[in-house]
Unconditional design. Sequence first.
Length: 119
Amino acid sequence: MKSKTLLILTGHTKGLGHAILDQFLSLESVQVVALSRSSLDLDLPNVTEFPLDLSDLNALEANLTKFFPKEESFDRYILINNAGWIGEVKQVGKLNPKGIQRVMNLNLLAPMILTDAFV
């Protein structure tokens, strides 16, 4: 019996995240749950995309249970928290508090929430 793996990957539409996704697409034994603000509109049986802004913690928490397929069991689970954003680059004293919060949500709190749900 083949082992089955669930991969949860954030930030899969560009850059490193897209390259990571490409590496797993050819593996039939891997079910991919991909989270990003935008979608690649993939029509593949082993990929489920969730367009979601991970800096919106309320939306993240409301959707957490959707990321873990209940009808399947897996031998391995992999979480790759790849999504990230540096935010606006400005001098201290000229930063936008909402922008700071968005960066912290995306780069720190969302990975913590996903990791906690994953464990």
